[in-house]
Design a protein around this ligand. Structure first.
Ligand code: GLA
Length: 428
């Protein structure tokens, strides 16, 4: 995570690459985090969600390994936030997968999982070396793992010359997380990180895996509100919620909760215990809120969009029970601050981040008011981050800024900022 005053992640990755491997990288991968506007815990119910890729990003500076042209070798990665490097000897373990093959512990397991799935789908991979620097906080509900998976997939695809298709790469990364790392999450995170569109949220249908960009009105900012509390999804109650939803669908006689409406839920209520009923009610009403939110954004009706966020937070707090005292306090602090249209927790829950839609012209007043409100309620400090919606994971060639000099290109996010020209106080 970027410390205030430290250079941008892109520059940190390049510097760390030189320190770890010597010389310069040949390419850079930019892989965004995601924030989910609405549609929480709907993805594994074949439902709808509305995430956006945001400009909290992971960067990987990379170079093909010496002698990698003849296939084989290894993928070697260092990360500024990990004490140990990740190394995957090629061909990766488990291709074809063998019973009893165990993933490497920690972050190396994600790197390995992506290599395993890519090799299974595309054959031999070429080796490469990379340094990872990231502004995506871990365990905060912003999909740091999907951001890493897609970054590794993009690095492998670039070095080996594989075609890049956002949807198939998202699926592949999702398989790595589910079947290799063993975290039974839905497809939301990978589709959002891979498929981001600058200035847009993504209306995702998790049944047919379609993604439709929805323009975000210019006058509104997405603000990420980090409670500074953390969870680990693998050990959280996430799996319990999945099981409760599957049970509700079974008892209601539908393939997935996506297929239940409020009418069917009312008719079948007698078959469900109160907890299972509440879980189902969240998913059924949340799918409706996603469609209403997409319509509100398209119509530029920010009051309606904000109301849906706040209603969504009540539903996930009371019916789905994955919020926390801190997330609730953060949402209350945001709702009380100037310029806020609505707020809710975002991501898997239990800890991490909330998000708010805020009138852009009132951000200066909003940010300190939320910080103070949250501190007064919890005694904790927080991080309040106005974000832009950006393009999904992408690779660009490395051009040394000392050689190129300004003016530089538009960044890959297409949002008017220029990548890499802000050297954070560092001069060539
Ligand atoms: C986590 C999972 C996603 C999704 C969300 C809740 O982020 O990785 O697949 O289920 O929780 O919406």
């Amino acid at each position: 995570m970027r410390q205030s005053g430290s250079p941008p992640a892109r520059d940190r990755a390049v510097a760390d690459f030189a320190a770890a491997f010597g010389g310069r990288p040949t390419a850079l991968v930019r892989s965004p985090a995601r924030v989910n506007l609405i549609g929480e815990h709907t993805d594994y119910n074949d439902g709808l969600c509305l995430p956006a890729a945001i400009d909290l990003e992971m960067w990987v500076a990379l170079r093909p390994s010496p002698g990698a042209a003849g296939r084989g070798g290894a993928i070697e990665l260092v990360s500024e936030t990990e004490p140990a490097p990740a190394r995957v000897d090629l061909p990766p373990p488990g291709t074809p997968p063998r019973a009893g093959t165990r993933p490497a512990p920690g972050w190396a397991g994600y790197v390995e999982g992506v290599a395993v799935m890519l090799a299974a789908a595309h054959g031999d991979l070429d080796g490469w070396q990379g340094a990872v620097a990231s502004d995506v906080p871990k365990g905060a509900g912003l999909s740091s793992s999907a951001s890493l998976e897609l970054a590794v997939a993009a690095g492998c695809a670039h070095v080996t010359g594989l075609p890049w298709d956002a949807r198939s790469m998202a699926r592949l990364a999702h398989r790595a997380e589910n079947t290799w790392v063993g975290a039974a999450t839905g497809l939301l995170d990978q589709l959002a990180c891979a498929g981001g569109v600058a200035g847009h949220a993504l209306l995702v249908d998790c049944r047919d895996e379609t993604v439709e960009p929805v323009a975000l009105p210019e006058e509104v900012a997405i603000v990420v509100l980090d409670t500074s509390t953390r969870r680990r999804i693998v050990t959280s109650a996430y799996a319990d919620r999945r099981a409760e939803c599957a049970r509700a669908a079974r008892l209601l006689g539908v393939p997935a909760l996506r297929d239940a409406g409020l009418g069917l839920l009312a008719e079948g209520a007698w078959r469900l215990d109160p907890v299972t009923y509440a879980r189902a009610r969240h998913v059924v009403t949340e799918n409706r809120r996603v469609l209403d939110m997409a319509a509100a954004l398209r119509a530029g009706d920010l009051a309606a969009a904000g109301g849906l966020l706040t209603e969504g937070h009540r539903s996930i707090r009371d019916d789905f029970a994955v919020s926390s005292l801190e997330l609730d306090a953060m949402v209350e602090a945001a709702l009380a601050a100037p310029g806020c249209y609505g707020a809710r927790m975002t991501g898997g829950g239990f800890a991490g981040c909330a998000m708010a839609l805020v009138e852009r012209s009132r951000l200066d007043a909003f940010v300190p008011a939320v910080r103070e409100g949250y501190r007064a309620a919890t005694g904790r400090s927080s991080c309040v981050l106005p974000c832009s919606a950006v393009a999904g994971t992408a690779v660009e060639p490395f051009r040394d800024l000392c050689e190129v000099g300004p003016p530089g290109p538009q960044n890959s996010a297409g949002d008017g900022r220029r990548d890499g020209l802000d050297l954070g106080g560092h001069r060539c």
